[in-house]
Design a binder for this molecule. Structure first.
Ligand code: NDP
Length: 307
């Protein structure tokens, strides 16, 4: 039986591992399907303290990994598919069927990009429809692309794509952006970035090519339909917490985020950190902060058991 099982390898999981390992609790970390988490799909991270010139997201998580390995953290590949937090000892089941019991579990599974849910969008995923500019932007060099969303992610994706693509059109369903002023100002000042306001995508078009050739848009104020010729569509409309394996085992909010109090969940010995329990701040540094809190809470819990 494990003492501390950590699920996820973003900044929350790594920070929890760092604190648990330094407390001599020999944590086992389940890496998940996207080792490194969302930071591996971002470009430059400029707002993580300690890196005055910014740092590449993938490099940042690689540093975190080396740091926790130094203190004896163990890693295991695979994905958690279900959990039992109702018994005396929490346990999780991995995709290959192995069951791991642990006195404490720290869930740091993060959140995943949302899609619109259009049939045409799903059909063209990986054929021009993507949710990661960093991963796929290079495929659209010198082409015209669209980004949907009005938040910081949309601005970040649009700015990144403007360096590669000939034109980037941001499509937003309202007439003002949700993004922070600094990001919005940067995107609005970029001559390669255009904006289409008050509009949604009704259909992703492929004109029998089985790859994106354009978008059918609808203006929500006038109901006018128009077409935009693009070869790529980048989704930036928010995220869904990765809590499917824990449904029915923990209290979740209506959007599926784990409800916590100082990282404690509704199940004894089970803690949650990072974006899986935070729909408000969603920053690498806040994820790391809650990872630290979860490890300290787990340590206290183990002490209360007399371990
Ligand atoms: P947000 O939730 O902030 O924004 C999502 C955007 O997508 C909104 O503009 C929303 O519209 C739009 N949207 C949602 N659903 C749909 C839909 N079905 N159809 C069309 N549009 C839709 O998510 P982000 O991922 O942008 O940001 C998440 C958090 O991460 C934020 O706190 C953000 O500040 C932070 N972040 C910070 C960065 C940085 O500082 N470098 C970079 C990236 C993210 P509406 O506005 O109408 O609700």
């Amino acid at each position: 039986m494990e003492k501390v099982l950590i699920i996820g390898t973003g900044p929350a999981g790594y920070t929890a591992a760092l604190y648990a390992a330094r407390a001599d609790l020999q944590p086992l970390v389940i890496e998940g399907m996207t080792p490194g988490g969302q930071l591996t799909t971002t470009t430059e991270v400029e707002n993580y303290p300690g890196f005055e010139k910014g740092i590449d997201g993938t490099e940042l998580v690689q540093i975190m990994r080396r740091q926790v390995e130094r203190f004896g953290t163990r890693f295991r590949g695979g994905e958690v598919v279900s959990a039992n937090f109702k018994g005396a000892i929490p346990s999780v089941t991995l995709s290959e069927g192995d069951v791991i019991e642990s006195k404490t579990v720290i869930i740091a599974t993060g959140a995943s990009a949302q899609y619109l849910g259009l049939e045409s969008e799903q059909k063209l995923r990986g054929r021009g429809v993507t949710a990661c500019a960093t991963c796929d932007g290079a495929f659209f060099r010198n082409q015209e692309v669209a980004v949907i969303g009005g938040g910081d992610t949309a601005m970040e994706e649009a700015l990144f794509l403007s360096r590669l693509c000939s034109k980037v059109t941001v499509i937003h369903r309202r007439d003002h952006l949700r993004a922070s002023k600094i990001m919005a100002d940067r995107a609005m000042a970029n001559p390669k970035i255009a904006f289409i306001w008050d509009s949604v995508i009704d259909e992703v078009l492929d004109v029998a090519k089985n790859e994106v050739t354009g978008l059918r848009l609808r203006n929500l104020k006038t109901q006018a339909i128009s077409e935009l010729k693009v070869t790529g569509l980048f989704l930036a409309i928010g995220h869904k917490p990765n809590t499917d394996p824990f449904k029915g085992q923990l209290d979740l909010n209506p959007s599926g985020y784990i409800l916590t109090e100082n990282t404690r969940t509704s199940a004894k010995g089970v803690f949650a950190a990072g974006d899986v329990q935070d729909h408000v701040y969603r920053q690498a540094v806040t994820a790391a902060g809650t990872g630290c809190m979860a490890a300290l809470e787990a340590e206290r819990y183990l002490e209360s058991l007399g371990q």
